[in-house]
Design a protein around this ligand. Structure first.
Ligand SMILES: [Zn+2]
Ligand SMILES: [Zn+2]
Length: 259
């Protein structure tokens, strides 16, 4: 499989520097978009990948930099490299507590739409998107398994947020999603020989107060054999002069990783 970063930026990044942390994953049976923020459509255009070439969109959680697929949906509906409007339905993949509220939130934006005959009607959510719900799914020749991570978790609240394990049957990669530092699963995944890479979110700024992200100083406490499997992401930019001690690297916008 091949993983190409549409961007490796944080939610508040300057888009001249980086785009949001989304990735295109090329599996043996198609192209999967992992998270779709507001910059996804532009980044795909720059990569020369038409929105209609995406076979499915998998989501990690409902924040704007990860789950804003409206523009992608319209591009797949009304534009096509082949000429006439494609009206390609967009499959949205993930656990029910992501996909159901996402589709409900899209309704005021896309439910009334202009259909294939040019007639305005209701029903756009069902006509233009498809709910593919599950914590374990197969798509694009890839096996996906979602697992809960702590991202905005408090005493009485716990936002639905997931990491994703993705396998093509030969290699497995693990994608942290947005999460606070959780060394337990990171070390357990790194110990599996079939896990070839762990993509983990990382903040380089002074630690953000609260319960949202993982700081670089926390990731540095991981054992050396774990760090060497970890590629940092969601960082926007590595600060000048910062040596990535023992890590496999830091993903850049439009960088590809092949496994
Ligand atoms: Zn984010
Ligand atoms: Zn988030």
């Amino acid at each position: 499989m091949q993983v190409t970063f549409l961007g490796s930026g944080g939610a508040l990044c300057d888009h001249r520097v980086n785009y949001q942390n989304n990735a295109l994953i090329e599996g043996p049976g198609g192209l999967l978009l992992l998270d779709c923020g507001t910059t996804a459509a532009q980044s795909l255009r720059e990569l020369g990948v038409h929105a209609c070439a995406v076979d499915a969109v998998a989501l990690t959680h409902l924040h704007g930099d990860h789950a804003s697929p409206e523009q992608l949906i319209w591009e797949r509906t009304y534009s096509s490299p082949a000429g006439p409007p494609a009206f390609a339905r967009t499959p949205l993949l993930g656990p029910a507590d992501l996909i159901q509220p996402l589709r409900a939130s899209l309704a005021p934006f896309i439910d009334i739409f202009s259909d294939e005959r040019g007639e305005a009607r209701e029903g756009g959510v069902d006509a233009l998107t498809e709910a593919v719900i599950g914590a374990e799914l197969e798509r694009c020749g890839l096996r996906l398994r979602w697992f809960r991570v702590p991202h905005v978790r408090g005493v009485a609240v716990d936002k639905a947020a997931y990491g994703v394990e993705i396998s093509d049957g030969r290699s497995t990669i693990v994608w942290s999603g947005d999460t606070t530092f959780s060394p337990g699963w990171v070390c357990a995944q790194a110990a599996r020989p079939e896990v070839v890479q762990i993509f983990h979110e990382c903040m380089f700024h002074p630690p953000f107060f609260g319960t949202v992200h993982t700081h670089y100083s926390e990731l540095q406490t991981l054992p050396a054999d774990v760090r060497e499997k970890v590629v940092l992401m969601h960082h926007t930019a590595v600060p000048a002069g910062e040596e990535l001690r023992g890590f496999a690297g830091a993903a850049q916008r439009h960088q590809s990783f092949r496994f």
